[in-house]
Design a protein around this ligand. Structure first.
Ligand code: GLN
Length: 540
C-alpha cells in the first residue's frame, strides 16, 4: 500500500453524539486486525488550540508528549489505541488561518489573491496528509468536529470532498454519525433529521458510505431500510450504535455490528481472520466484575462539568479494572469546603484527590482538604495544582510559615513556596507558553513512587507555569515532606510525598494523560489500592 486509506467521520443532527468514541472504537478494531492506525481531529473554531479555553467551554485540555494543548478527544484516541498522538493530530480553523496568513506575509502566494478556496482548503488538505509523512500508517481516521451544515465547517467539508480525487475512491471513505430520535408520543424512531443532514452532505458533494446511527432503541429493519433508501447507502452500511454501559463497550458493539468489516470491504483492505481483542475483553471483564469498591473524592472547582476532568475520571476506570475494585468517584466542589465542614464533607471517603486547576477560586477549600487528608492519614493524591496546594498547606501548618502561598494566588506572599520560574516571568503571550509536554524525572530509591513505577527514570506530561521553590526544599525534607521526583536537567521538584503517611503523593505533572485502558497508570493503581487498604483498616 503506497499511501494510507483515509476515513473521515462527520457528524449530523446534533453535537455530542460521540464521534470521538466511534473514531476510537473503529481505530481499535482496525488495529486489532494488525493495521497501523492513527486518528486526528479537525476542529472548526478560531482558537489556535483549546489551551486558552475555560474547561466549562470545551471540557479538559488534553496534553500530548510533544507539548500540544489539544481537544479532549485525543485523550480517547490514546486511551483506546494505546499510542501517543501529537500536535499533528489536532488542527483548528485558527491554526489553518494562522498558517495561511503567515505564508501570505512571507510572500509565499506572491501575486495571488488569497482565498478560502483554494488556499484555506489546500492548507486543510496539507494538514490531513501531514501525519502520513511522519510514519507509515495503513489507515488515518479524521474526525471533523462540529456538525455538517454549520457555517464554520464548510471549508473542512469541501476539503474532505477533494481528498477523494487526491487519493482515489478506493482509499477514501466517509462515515456519517447521526442521531435517530425516539418520539414517545408517536412511539416511533424518526429518520427525518438524518435524511436532512445527509442531504446537506450531498449538497456539498459528499456521499457518505456508512451511517452510524446513535439511538436509545434498537433500529428495526424497516427503519434501516428507510435510512438506506433515502440516504443512498447500502442496507448493511446502516450501523446501529445503541447507548452503552461504558464507552469501552463500544469497540465490541461496533464489532458485533460489523462496522470494521464494512470498512475493510469498502476500502479493499485485506482482512486478517482473527481480530485480536482478547486483552480488551479481559479489561472489560475485570471492569464489570469488581471484587471490592472504594469511595474516592475528586476535589476541584469545575465539578459541575465532569468533562473538565475527563482524563482523571478515565484513569480511575483503568485503575479500577486493574485492581478489580470499583471506584465510586465523588466530584466535590472545593468552594463548598471550609474549616468547619471539611470533616463532615470528606469523612466517608477512602481516598482524596485534589485536582489540577488555575486561579484563586476555591483554593482555601483545597488547602483544608489537604490538611484533613494529611492529619487523618487518608490516602491523598495531588495533581499539578493539587500538588502545589499540598506544598502550601505543609508550609503553613507544619513548617509554620505564616502566609505561605503560591505567587499565582498571592504575588506578595512572604513565603512563595510555589513560584514562577525566571523564564516564565518574561512571557507575555498566554497561548502555548506554559511548561508543556513530556519531561524526564528521576525517582528516589525506596520512595512510594519508585515502588509504584517499578523503575527510577520516567517521563511525564506537564502543563503549568508555577513550580516548587527549591529555596525551601531543605526545610520540607527535614520535616517529612520529601522530594521523591526531580527533573535531572533543571533540578525542579516534580513529586513530593510524605514520610509518615500511608499514601500521600503530589505530582507536578499530569499522570492522567498517560493512562490507557490496557496500560493503567501505576500511580492511579497504587492510589486505588491504598484507598482499599485504608477502607479495610477503617472497618476493622
Ligand atoms: N495553576 C498552576 C500552574 O500554572 C497549576 C496548573 C495545573 O494544575 N495544571 O502552575
Amino acid at each position: 500500500m503506497d499511501h494510507p486509506k483515509y476515513i473521515f467521520i462527520t457528524g449530523g443532527v446534533t453535537s455530542s453524539l460521540g464521534k470521538g468514541i466511534i473514531a476510537s472504537s473503529l481505530g481499535k478494531l482496525l488495529q486489532a486486525r494488525g493495521l497501523s492506525v492513527t486518528i486526528q481531529k479537525f476542529d472548526p473554531y478560531l482558537n489556535i488550540d483549546p489551551g486558552t479555553l475555560n474547561p466549562y467551554e470545551h471540557g479538559e485540555c488534553y496534553v500530548t508528549d510533544d507539548g500540544a494543548e489539544t481537544d479532549l478527544d485525543l485523550g480517547h484516541y490514546e486511551r483506546f489505541l494505546n499510542e501517543s498522538t501529537s500536535q499533528g493530530n489536532n488542527v483548528t480553523t485558527g491554526r489553518i488561518y494562522n498558517n495561511v496568513i503567515t505564508k501570505e506575509r512571507n510572500g509565499e502566494y506572491l501575486g495571488k489573491t488569497v482565498q478560502v478556496i483554494p488556499h484555506i482548503t489546500d492548507e486543510i488538505k496539507a494538514n490531513f496528509y501531514k501525519l502520513a509523512k511522519t510514519k507509515k500508517y495503513d489507515v488515518i481516521i479524521t474526525e471533523i468536529g462540529g456538525c455538517v451544515g454549520d457555517i464554520e465547517s464548510l471549508p473542512f467539508i469541501e476539503a474532505v470532498r477533494q481528498v477523494k480525487w487526491d487519493v482515489g475512491a478506493n482509499n477514501f471513505l466517509v462515515i456519517h454519525l447521526t442521531l435517530i430520535p425516539y418520539l414517545k408520543a408517536a412511539k416511533e424512531l424518526k429518520t427525518k433529521p438524518t435524511q436532512h443532514s445527509v442531504k446537506q452532505l450531498l449538497e456539498a458533494g459528499i456521499q457518505p458510505d456508512i451511517l452510524v446511527c446513535r439511538s436509545e432503541y434498537t433500529l428495526p429493519t424497516d427503519v434501516k431500510r428507510k435510512l438506506a433508501l433515502f440516504c443512498n447507502v447500502e442496507l448493511n452500511c446502516v450501523i446501529e450504535a445503541m447507548d452503552a454501559d461504558t464507552i469501552y463497550d463500544v469497540p465490541l458493539l461496533m464489532r458485533k455490528e460489523k462496522l470494521d468489516e464494512r470498512v475493510m470491504k469498502k476500502l479493499k483492505l485485506s482482512t486478517k481472520e482473527n481480530t485480536n481483542l482478547e486483552d480488551w475483553r479481559i479489561f472489560l471483564g475485570k471492569l464489570k466484575n469488581p471484587l471490592n469498591e472504594v469511595k474516592i473524592g475528586l476535589i476541584g472547582k469545575y465539578v459541575s462539568l465532569p468533562d473538565a476532568y475527563k482524563s482523571i475520571i478515565e484513569s480511575f476506570t483503568h485503575a479500577a479494572a486493574e485492581t478489580e475494585c470499583k471506584v465510586d468517584l465523588q466530584l466535590i466542589s472545593s468552594e463548598d469546603i471550609d474549616k468547619d465542614c471539611v470533616a463532615k464533607q470528606l469523612q466517608e471517603l477512602d481516598g482524596i484527590l485534589v485536582a489540577p486547576g488555575f486561579g484563586e477560586r476555591g483554593i482555601e477549600g483545597k488547602i483544608e482538604t489537604v490538611k484533613f487528608a494529611r492529619e487523618q492519614q487518608i490516602p491523598f493524591f495531588g495533581i499539578c495544582l493539587g500538588m502545589q496546594v499540598a506544598v502550601v498547606e505543609f508550609a503553613r501548618n507544619v513548617l509554620k510559615l505564616e502566609g505561605a502561598f503560591s505567587t499565582e494566588m498571592d504575588p506578595n506572599t512572604p513565603h512563595p513556596v510555589i513560584d514562577m520560574m525566571a523564564e516564565q516571568k518574561k512571557i507575555t503571550q498566554l497561548g502555548g507558553t506554559m511548561r508543556l509536554g513530556a519531561y524526564p524525572c528521576d525517582l528516589k530509591k525506596g520512595s512510594k513512587v519508585a515502588s509504584a513505577y517499578g523503575k527510577l527514570h520516567i517521563t511525564e506530561r506537564h502543563r503549568h507555569r508555577f513550580e516548587f521553590n527549591n529555596k525551601y526544599l531543605k526545610d520540607y525534607e527535614a520535616n517529612g515532606m520529601m522530594a521523591t521526583g526531580i527533573n535531572p536537567d533543571t533540578k525542579l521538584v516534580e513529586i513530593v510525598e510524605l514520610k509518615d503517611h500511608p499514601w500521600f503523593v503530589g505530582t507536578q505533572y499530569h499522570p492522567e494523560y498517560r493512562s490507557t485502558a490496557l496500560n493503567p497508570h501505576p500511580l492511579f493503581v497504587r492510589f486505588v489500592k491504598a484507598a482499599l487498604d485504608f477502607q479495610k483498616k477503617k472497618n476493622n
